[in-house]
Design a binder for this molecule. Structure first.
Ligand code: GDP
Length: 433
């Protein structure tokens, strides 16, 4: 999917535009408990094209001066985006900071679409001509608050998208990524995994457009580790910011089948861990929770059980994810990881037989009759699996609104017990017959 970044001075209206582009979708995912609300990276759609948008304004750098912030934002956009929307403000004209950003963007050779915001009525279009001097061609007048001009701007943005190379060749290579806070041990774990016995790292690195991905095989299975935030340490100021690492993580998640979300046993679980794991869950990927640095913990009889209980209560939304305790440093239990990755990826792509599925549903109904809401009773006629990655099921019913989430949850558990979907989320949709 192509990525679009919005760059511009603070308070110029970037977030308003971002929310207009992605607004509806955000409200859908925000139902997930434990998931962050302040997002700066999300999916958007224009006509038949879906793409991802980054609001670089959301990447705060503490109290760095304006120009430093602007340069960092422009750099994120250049590094991460296929097309950049450069926003200026019709009321302020061209400011020094605008010129500074323009210079950086210009040098990058990335396609830039110049959007002049706060053009709230047609008379104000007279004011946009001075912006030609920024050197990005035709300025597009828009109004974030009134939602004007966005269509023309987006047509131009989409025009600049690179030809989509069909990257996802359907093979049985298992793509996985490691996500987590800086210093949880992502790079160490990658190195330990690759250093295991009988792991054969392919010397043709970069089978996809990011040359950092690492293909390898073990026991005749092919894997690719997708590069994630924090593994390429370039040491620039913005790399250490929380939100920047989230953008990197999201891009990696999107390209993965299985996501390993790492927790540092030494520092314990932190808020940020939950946010990061929440993104993997939302993306519908198979997930494994890895508790790393287990060597640092003084262990008694119940230590692991206690830690596990804590993980389960902090990551309720990941109740399907197995938990693996290991040490990237001592390599203890590291051999248990790839079998889990394999199993999760198989479950993520699993198709079940329709007749067995329906037996399971009918048994479930017999065991726990569907509830009535306002005197009306939910009737289930038929269920079918409509897709994989993640496995998704449609249940045909008399009235979808009667499908209470607790009942849906009950059906999900029955399906899980019957078919074994460890490691993968599954989705159930109620449809009217
Ligand atoms: P990343 O930022 O997530 O890639 O983290 P790194 O792999 O760079 O690791 C951060 C620090 O944690 C380094 O000093 C590692 O040596 C250390 N570390 C990583 N894994 C382990 C582990 O299993 N046990 C211990 N004790 N230290 C670890």
């Amino acid at each position: 999917k192509s990525v679009v970044a919005i760059v511009g001075r603070p308070n110029i209206g970037k977030s308003t535009i971002f929310n207009r582009l992605v607004g509806e979708r955000i409200s859908i995912v925000e139902d997930t408990p434990g998931v962050t609300r302040d997002r700066i990276y999300a999916e958007a759609e224009w006509l038949t094209t879906t793409f991802n948008v980054i609001d670089t304004g959301g990447i705060e750098l503490g109290d760095e001066p304006l120009l430093v912030q602007m340069r960092a934002q422009a750099q994120v956009a250049i590094d991460e985006a296929d097309v950049i929307i450069f926003m200026v403000n019709s009321r302020d004209g061209i400011t020094g900071a605008d010129e500074e950003v323009a210079k950086i963007l210009f040098k990058s050779n990335k396609p830039v679409v110049l959007a002049v915001n706060k053009v709230d009525n047609p008379e104000m279009r007279e004011n946009i001509y001075e912006f030609y001097s920024l050197g990005f061609g035709e300025p597009f007048p828009i109004s974030g608050t009134h939602g004007l001009g966005l269509g023309d701007m987006l047509d131009e943005v989409v025009n600049h998208f690179p030809e989509q190379v069909q990257e996802e060749i359907e093979d049985d290579t298992i793509r996985f990524s490691l996500i987590g806070r800086p210093n949880v041990g992502k790079s160490s774990l990658v190195n330990s995994l690759l250093g295991q016995e009988r792991v054969i790292v392919s010397d043709i690195a970069g089978t996809t457009r990011d040359a950092i991905d690492t293909p390898f095989s073990k026991d005749d299975r092919d894997f690719v580790i997708i590069d994630t935030a924090g593994m390429r340490k370039r040491g620039k100021v913005y790399e250490s910011t929380e939100k920047y690492s989230i953008i990197r993580a999201l891009k990696a998640i999107e390209r993965s089948d299985v996501v390993l979300t790492l927790i540092d046993a030494d520092t314990g679980i932190q808020e940020q861990d939950k946010k990061i794991a929440g993104y993997a869950h939302e993306a519908g990927k198979a997930v494994i929770i890895v508790v790393n640095k287990w060597d640092t913990v003084d262990k008694g009889e119940k230590t692991m059980k206690e830690f596990e209980d804590k993980v389960r209560s902090d990551f309720r939304f990941l109740d399907y994810a197995p938990i693996v305790f290991l040490s990237a440093k001592t390599k203890k239990r590291i051999h248990t990881l790839l079998p889990k990755v394999l199993e999760a990826s198989e479950n993520h792509a699993k198709r079940v037989q329709t007749n067995i599925l329906n037996e399971v549903i009918m048994d479930a109904l017999a065991m726990n009759p569907s509830p009535s809401i306002k005197g009306q009773k939910l009737k289930i006629f038929y269920a079918t699996q409509v897709s994989v990655k993640p496995p998704s099921f449609v249940v045909f019913v008399n009235e979808p609104e009667l499908m209470h989430f607790t009942y849906e949850r009950f059906l999900e558990n029955r399906i899980r017990e019957a078919f074994g979907f460890e490691g993968t989320p599954i989705k159930i949709f109620a449809r009217k017959r």
